[in-house]
Write a protein that binds this ligand. Structure first.
Ligand code: NAD
Length: 327
């Protein structure tokens, strides 16, 4: 029995893998192939419904490949910590930035820095309160962002999906509600933002890059802390990255994840305050002799967002100071 990949095409209801019998579905959109075309052996999958991709490294000089000029990038979790630092990186790299977070106000010091860069460069930075678990709030915030980006002729072409929460609880005692809350924010909420950002890019016929902030905890279980829900959620984010990259490549939308190791932020400060002894355990795996700082992730994030990464999708970029390299 031959394994046949049924591929969805316009005019066909087929969306499943199957083995037998071979039912033939006709496409109204295919003129190139003589035979019915919705049954396609997986080794000949033609990319003929992929949109013309505007992201390309061809003929660009190296500085342009690392530039985010001429576009708007949305950053979630941008009220503090890693998110607000990545918002600053995006602005420094040439984009307008739209910051979303459930907090009513962003952290003062970092936001003042962002405002200074904005005034010096003429690039725009805005902050909006938004709970990413509410689809209505996400849709409204992104619609506003898209309208403003359109007025400035700097379309939304990037998303850094960074909002996330962590919780340290022994799995044996984990309350169902707590477990669900972690998955709701870290997985479903991140999905909702990506979905609405992708819809805006597709509808505007513009290419884009979506970067999920996952974690090395999606691949390993951390020593010294029990965070089953968090680790599970980050593994889900890494798999969501691969799945969405396969679905959205045809729109010219790349989807990748960045998986940091330990970083000193409010999130880890809280864990360390509860269990100060774990810092020693973390340092034992720190090949570079230190934990990460939020600035360590500026360049990796800008690279994945930019056109220099135009052939990168469905990938996870682990930046962990060598932590996962040793057992
Ligand atoms: N700090 C680390 O060591 C580390 C390591 C790996 C991955 N990460 C990931 O990096 C991201 C940022 O973490 P951080 O260390 O800066 O933590 P943080 O707690 O300082 O920042 C997280 C931000 O997400 C926001 N947020 C939480 N729930 C939200 C919601 N429902 N809607 C909108 N915003 C919401 C918070 O308000 C906060 O501003 C997270 O996804 C985290 O899992 C952090």
């Amino acid at each position: 029995m031959h394994r046949i990949l049924f591929r969805r095409i316009v005019g066909s209801p087929v969306v499943s893998f199957n083995t037998f019998p071979q039912r033939v579905f006709y496409s109204t959109t295919c003129h190139r192939l003589k035979q019915p075309r919705s049954i396609i052996p997986d080794h000949t999958l033609p990319p003929d419904d992929v949109q013309d991709v505007q992201q390309s490294a061809r003929k660009a000089v190296i500085n342009d490949l690392f530039s985010l000029g001429g576009r708007t990038v949305v950053v979630t979790g941008a009220g503090r910590g890693l998110g607000i630092t990545l918002a600053s990186a995006v602005l420094e790299a040439g984009a307008d930035v739209v910051c979303l977070d459930v907090l009513p106000e962003p952290s003062d010091v970092e936001w003042n820095g962002i405002m200074k860069t904005s005034h010096e460069t003429g690039r725009r930075a805005t902050y909006h309160q938004c709970d990413i678990t509410s689809e209505d709030q996400v849709q409204a915030a992104l619609a506003t962002a898209a309208a403003q980006a359109g007025e400035r002729k700097r379309p939304i072409r990037g998303l850094v999906s960074c909002a996330g929460v962590q919780q340290m609880v022994d799995a044996i005692d984990y309350p169902a509600e707590g477990f669900r809350r972690i998955l709701d924010i870290n997985v479903t909420g991140n999905f909702l933002v990506a979905k609405h950002a992708a819809r805006l890019m597709r509808n505007a016929n513009t290419s884009g890059s979506i970067l999920f902030i996952a974690s090395m905890s999606g691949q390993i279980a951390n020593r010294g802390i029990h965070c089953t829900a968090y680790n599970t959620s980050k593994a889900a984010v890494q798999q969501m990255t691969r799945s969405l990259s396969v679905e959205w490549g045809r729109y010219g939308i790349r989807v990748n994840s960045l998986s940091p190791g330990y970083i000193r932020t409010a999130m880890t400060d809280q864990l360390l305050a509860e269990k100060p002894e774990i810092e020693k355990t973390w340092m034992a795996g720190a090949s570079l002799g230190r934990l990460g700082s939020v600035e360590d992730f500026k360049a990796p994030a800008v690279y994945v967002l930019g056109d220099g990464a135009s052939f990168m999708t469905g990938a996870d970029l682990r930046v962990d100071g060598g932590h996962c390299a040793s057992a």
